[in-house]
Design a protein around this ligand. Structure first.
Ligand code: TMP
Length: 213
């Protein structure tokens, strides 16, 4: 047993604007902590001092002229910093890492949304993640109009949220294609249900995962 490598669990939350993934990530974090697990909750872009500065650059509505490739590079820059500073060390320690967005967001938004070739995105991803993938990804799927309306309700408006509806539809369709390619890792969750119902579903998915590990 001495040579057994202690390894944590890596869980990502994905979805369009207003899908409720941020609240669900928080609820799962609270649930697992109460059960006595060591949990690290983080988010993208952000999660580190450098990442938070990159987040400001990315989301400021003043930066309307940002090119898609600049965007791609900045999301990846924030990600590699987060992996190095937070995700790798925590997983190595045996913690559970929960992240509000990870690399599926880049495929969905910069790939399907902005139209950057998926193989180019994948090449950069391999440099940044060195193959690190979430053990499980909760994809909260929701009608685009419903999601954007929910966000308006909380008065949230950043640079990407201001994109037109067709952009967000491409993102949602992109997520569904990604999920169809990797059904084992990506769990499709109906985000039109109540917060409690969705949380219950997520808890059952995580319990199944723990049994497998
Ligand atoms: P948030 O609203 O979930 O905090 O995410 C910030 C925005 O960044 C959201 O509109 C999705 C977008 N995003 C990308 O376009 N590509 C990425 O790789 C990530 C992580 C987020």
């Amino acid at each position: 047993m001495g040579d057994m490598v202690k390894k944590g669990i890596f869980i990502s939350f994905e979805g369009i604007e207003g899908s409720g993934k941020t609240i669900q990530a928080k609820l799962l974090d609270e649930f697992l902590r109460k059960k006595g697990y060591e949990v690290v909750l983080t988010e993208e872009p952000g999660g580190t001092t450098i990442g938070l500065k990159i987040r400001e650059l990315l989301l400021s509505v003043e930066h309307k002229g940002m090119t898609p490739v600049t965007e791609l590079m900045l999301y990846n820059a924030s990600r590699v910093q987060l992996i190095k500073e937070v995700i790798f060390p925590s997983i190595k320690k045996g913690d559970i890492v929960i992240t509000d967005r990870f690399n599926d967001s880049t495929v969905a938004y910069q790939g399907y949304g902005r139209g950057i070739e998926l193989n180019l995105i994948d090449s950069i991803d391999r440099i940044v993640t060195a193959g690190l993938k979430p053990d499980i990804t909760m994809l909260l799927d929701l009608d685009v109009e419903v999601g954007l309306k929910r966000n308006k309700g909380v008065n949230k408006a950043d640079r990407l949220e201001l994109e037109d509806i067709s952009f967000h539809k491409k993102v949602r369709d992109g997520y569904l294609e990604i999920a169809a390619k990797e059904p084992e890792r990506i769990k499709l969750i109906d985000a039109s249900k109540s917060i409690e119902e969705i949380h219950g579903k997520i808890v059952s998915i995580v319990s199944d995962l723990f049994l497998k590990i």
